[in-house]
Design a protein around this ligand. Sequence first.
Ligand SMILES: *[C@@H]1O[C@H](CO)[C@@H](O)[C@H](O)[C@H]1NC(C)=O
Ligand SMILES: *[C@@H]1O[C@H](CO)[C@@H](O)[C@H](O)[C@H]1NC(C)=O
Ligand SMILES: *[C@@H]1O[C@H](CO)[C@@H](O)[C@H](O)[C@H]1NC(C)=O
Length: 561
Amino acid sequence: MQKKHKMGRCSRTLVLKLLLSLVIITLFLGDTIVRGGVLHTNSRWIVNEDGQRVKLACVNWVSHLEPVVAEGLSKQPLDVISKGIKSMGFNCVRLTWPILLITNDSFASLTVRHSFQNLGLLQSIAGVQTNNPSIIDLTLIQAFQAVVKSLGDNDVMVILDNHITQPGWCCSNSDGNGFFGDKYFDPDLWILGLTKMATLFNAVSNVVAMSLRNELRGPKQNVNDWYRYMMKGAEAVHAANPDVLVILSGLNFDKDLSFIQKRPVNLTFKGKLVFEAHWYAFTDGQAWVNGNPNQVCGQVAGNMMRTSGFLVGQGWPLFVSEFGIDQRGTNVNDNRYINCFFAVAAGLDLDWALWTHVGSYYFRQGVIGMEEFYGILSLDWSQVRNTTFLNRVSALQLPFQGPGITEGRPYKLIFHPLTGLCVERKSMLADPLPTLGPCSSSNGWQYTPQKILTIKGTYFCLQAENEGMPARLSIICSGSNSKWEMISDSKLHLSSKLSNGSNVCLDVDENNIIVTNACKCLSRDHTCDPGSQWFKIIDSGRRSILTTSTSSTLNSPLSST
Ligand SMILES: *[C@@H]1O[C@H](CO)[C@@H](O)[C@H](O)[C@H]1NC(C)=O
Ligand SMILES: *[C@@H]1O[C@H](CO)[C@@H](O)[C@H](O)[C@H]1NC(C)=O
Ligand SMILES: *[C@@H]1O[C@H](CO)[C@@H](O)[C@H](O)[C@H]1NC(C)=O
């Protein structure tokens, strides 16, 4: 704001410099916003005070198990963990907490040391003493505040997630924490807890949202009580802290929000409501192993659209607040699911939180020091468990669409979920081979009504040459081998017809070369994995302009101001 006043008095070159930096700042913010400020919603997008999209790209950080201490403080200094989250490109943390942390004063005023002592976790005491000596004698609620502050100091937003009432691993149908009226789920106590938590963090600017309750479930769950209590909870949080977004989870372990389609949530305030949903491989049992991956992806993604994905079409933000896989790469069910998940999440450009950041737990389900194979970090929290997986996740960290990103210059990206990369043209040189590169700097494509994929602003189209051969870029785009249909039940194969009449599918070989091969496992076969042939054509915006042409960055933002 100040910049505008100053410009009138500056020399011409300085004006240009300032404008240029303004452009760069604008582009930068549009891409990697982490400073939330106060967030609100604009249709299906979460936006900042300037109306620019803020995509939630979060990790779950667990703080609701029996010790009620954010995991990992016995392994690494808090600031190191927070900086790690930030440096991996995540802009927020979904920090879990149990109601008793804030409603039971004698519990909240236990020190970290005593909490561990009560559970016999002496190694954790020694670890926190070493790595976080300033935290070991804080009370549990002070330690929780210290974690939030450390994240804020490192420009990481926080979503306070009420995970459960009683501290402990979550969730089962019979744990008494599942639905309003369950043994440990007193609605009044819950409202009190939400109110106190919202109040405690009222002036803490990096706390941008509160999710009211994780994974509603169990025999008592029903739609009428969902509306009754979730609206009460939402109003209570908003009254105590009008700055935070209010995030509502669905029924049946946060898989089902279908009821919203017919009956909207009626709140007294606007522009703050977000829905959340969970989606794992095991959400569908062993379906990914037992079925044909194309058919399962088609079915499961279709089901997801009916139960929660439809919300974005109705103008509500959808936050996939839990997804993830065993990062050892040995779980076939997980491996197949995650390709489909990435395709859907990129296609809809959803907000999300990965389960999880933690490499291990102090104490989970009776096991001391349990390793978390779904965790981004290794057992000792000193390194990334699987950099390949992290790189794939990072493809989804930047927004593809939305206010401040898509305006004026929409185009497509050809996203390859298995690698987390996008199909692009290597350079401005006349290289005839398409290649894979980071989606953040990928070429924009056009997908014409004739099913031709051309690089935007050029005559080059994607073309199949022969089975087993690299695909190429050509400027003669009239043949059947330049037409690409999205086929199979997953609609994730890009298929073309060679001049000899045979069909091939775009594929990525083991050296990451883009080739065309016979289409894999189009139906029935459940022993094969088509992952290398899955591509998703997604809508995107301005980002590639940044790297493909510096001069064109000057045009759009400047002419619009
Ligand atoms: C409150 O916390 C104390 C100390 O941990 C515990 O003994 C007590 O049972 C808790 N009260 C409730 C209502 O859970
Ligand atoms: C929404 O709630 C208000 C009162 O809080 C009520 O007046 C209004 O009729 C409700 N609207 C719908 C569509 O239920
Ligand atoms: C990382 O995951 C990939 C599969 O996504 C797997 O092949 C690889 O072995 C994993 N690496 C480690 C170190 O676990």
